[in-house]
Structures are given as C-alpha cells and as structure tokens.
Design a protein around this ligand. Structure first.
Ligand code: PHE
Length: 348
C-alpha cells in the first residue's frame, strides 16, 4: 500500500460521496445518505484502516488528507441539507401563508335590539328631546302606590280593569307605571318633567293586543298653570314624531281615578287603515287606543303634599307594545314574546 494508492482511493471515495450528495433530490434521500457519508463507517473514514500499511512518516500526512476529505464531504452535505430545509420552509411559507386581514372562517353572528327595545328607545329619545328626565320604580309594588295614592277608592270598579298578581306578604306586580308618579313626587319638588318606562303586569287573557306582561311609558309634568292644551300639544307632537302625520289621532274623554279630566288617545288602526270592517286588531272600530292621559287629580297632588291651588300637572301612560305594533304594522302582540328569529330578524 503506497501513499499514492491511498490518494487515488481517497479521491475516488470523495468524488463518489460528493456525487451522491449532489444527486440527492429530496430530504428523504438526504436522510438515507446521512449514515453513509457522515457516519463512522463512511468509505472515506474506512481508509484510515490503510494507515497501518504506510510508513511512520507517511501516516500523519495520510491521516490529515483523509480527515480533510471527510470534512469537505460533510461540509457539502451540511450545506445541501441546510439549503433543502430552507427551500422546504420557504415553500411552506408560500403555500401556507395566512392573510390576517381576511374575515374569520366563523364570523360571530351579531344580535340586534328587540323591536320593543327599539321602540322604547325611540319613545325615550322623543321625550328626552322635549326636556323629560327618565325615572324608574319597582315592578313589585304595594297597594298603596299602585292604587291608594293614585286615588283609587278601595272598592272602586276601576280596580277591576287592573286585576293583578298578588304576592305572599301583600305585594303585587304593578299593573301600570303610574306608581312612579307618586314615588317621584315624594322625592322631587316641581317643576317635574319625567317619563318612566318599565314592565307592567295584568291578569289578562292573551289575544291579538293583550298580554299579561307588557310595557308602559309613564309621563308626568307638574308645574304652575299646566293645562289640557299643554297635554294635547305634547302628545300630538309625540305622535307626529313617532308615526309621522300619516295616521290620524283622536282624544276621547275617559276615566282614570288619578286624573281629572281624563282622556284616551287613539291612533287610526294600522291593520285595516281605519276602515274597521271585520278587523281583529281594532275590533272593527277603526281606532286603537295607545294611551291614557289627563290632568293630575288634586287628590294625587295632595297625597304627596303638593297644593293643587299652586301647582297643576298632566300625566299620560302608553303601551309600548301597541306603539311598536302600530309602528311596524304587526298584527299580533304574541310575536314579541315568541322569540322566533324569522320575526326578530326583520328588525335587525
Ligand atoms: N296608568 C293608566 C293605565 O295603565 C294610564 C294612564 C296614565 C292614564 C297616566 C292617565 C294618566 O291604564
């Protein structure tokens, strides 16, 4: 064995190793190649065995060239391996690119305000623009606030239309928002100008326009020299803002114990357009009552310590459901509570 033969074998082995590195086409091929070109048993390292056949002064030189050849092959392998990994990564980055500006795959469905809430908001908006503050009161009331302080005599038939749900211990679910009038006047001095929206309850059979749970907005204005003309002007302005001037309104004399004189305001029926024949919404009358109103009864003012000779006021109470039905042309109050999305979606 001569140094020259070793050089030839080494050269061949290196060329072969470099060629197979060169030819490896994918990372699987590289993985197969790795033990062969990099391992202890690589053909180049195998040549170390030949050192024994060389003379002592030839050995260091021979060992060095073998190591250098192995190092070149390993460097070539490592370079190719790195290049292939980088190319694979770039390709992934290219194909798997995430466009963070695209909308999500499962957009969250956006809810919408219930038509009653929208209507209530609109009522509040209109009165707020006229200078009214908003007040609230409890849904569980006492007979005192729901009836007595509002001038309902203990056995007056007016209580019949306000049949309520009574709770153990004497409370009842309020049948209207009028108790808020009393509560507010107990804590505030005139001038008073409030609306009081809220939920109200009555023992009523469900039909196209009645529900045992419904909503009202109360109004109360107390000041000096308040007259029916102020009431009329205020409610007419409200009706115009709410419905436009397409539907006619009318006032009818009516009775509520806590006002004198009392009135009801009707709006032309939205279902039959006021014709009234065989219409279940207006019960063939052509008109639908939307609110009660009147001048605050002197007894009510007295019950909260106000002097009816010095101050006067008007009050009104309207049903939010009826106003919403009128506004949207809805023919049954049941639609509001069934939560059928096909109905609700129309108001989104
Ligand atoms: N509270 C009355 C009702 O629910 C409505 C009303 C309010 C009437 C204010 C007059 C004044 O029937």
């Amino acid at each position: 064995m001569s140094l020259e033969t070793l050089h030839q074998d080494l050269d061949q082995a290196e060329q072969a190793a470099l060629a197979s590195v060169e030819q490896a086409g994918d990372s699987a091929a590289m993985d197969r190649l790795r033990p062969e070109v990099m391992g202890k048993k690589s053909p180049i390292r195998q040549l170390m065995k030949m050192l024994g056949g060389l003379s002592a002064d030839e050995r260091p030189e021979a060992g060095r060239v073998i190591n250098e050849a192995q190092a070149r092959v390993e460097a070539a392998f490592a370079a190719k391996d790195a290049a292939m990994k980088e190319a694979a990564l770039n390709q992934r980055l290219e194909t798997e690119r995430i466009d963070v500006t695209l909308p999500g795959a499962f957009p969250l469905p956006l809810g919408a305000l219930h038509p009653l809430t929208q209507t209530l908001n609109e009522i509040v908006r209109i009165f707020t623009a006229m200078g009214y503050d908003t007040a609230t009161g409890p849904e569980v009331e006492t007979e005192h606030y729901n009836f007595d302080a509002l001038n309902f005599a203990p056995n007056h038939p007016a209580r019949d239309s306000h049949d309520s749900f009574y709770l153990p211990g004497g409370g009842l679910l309020r049948t209207h928002t009028s108790p808020v009038q009393i509560r507010y006047m107990q804590n505030h001095k005139p001038p008073i100008q409030i609306i009081a929206p809220g939920r109200t309850f009555r023992v009523d059979d469900v039909d196209a326009t009645h529900s045992p749970v419904f909503h009202q907005v109360e109004g109360l204005l107390v000041d000096e020299n308040v007259s029916l003309a102020h009431l009329n002007g205020t409610l007419t302005a409200f009706a115009r803002a709410m419905f436009g001037s397409d539907l006619a309104t009318r006032f009818r004399a009516s009775y509520f114990p806590f006002v004198e004189p009392g009135a009801e305001m009707d709006v032309q029926c939205w279902e039959c357009g006021g014709k009234g024949t065989g219409c279940r919404v207006c019960k063939s009358s052509g008109w639908v009552e939307i609110l009660g109103a009147g001048l605050v009864h002197p007894n009510v003012l007295k019950s909260v310590g106000l002097d009816p000779q010095k101050v006067s006021g008007f009050a009104f109470g309207m049903g939010v459901e009826r106003i919403a039905m009128l506004r949207y042309g809805i023919s049954s109050i049941r639609n509001f509570y069934e939560n059928d999305v096909r109905f609700l979606r129309q108001f989104a």
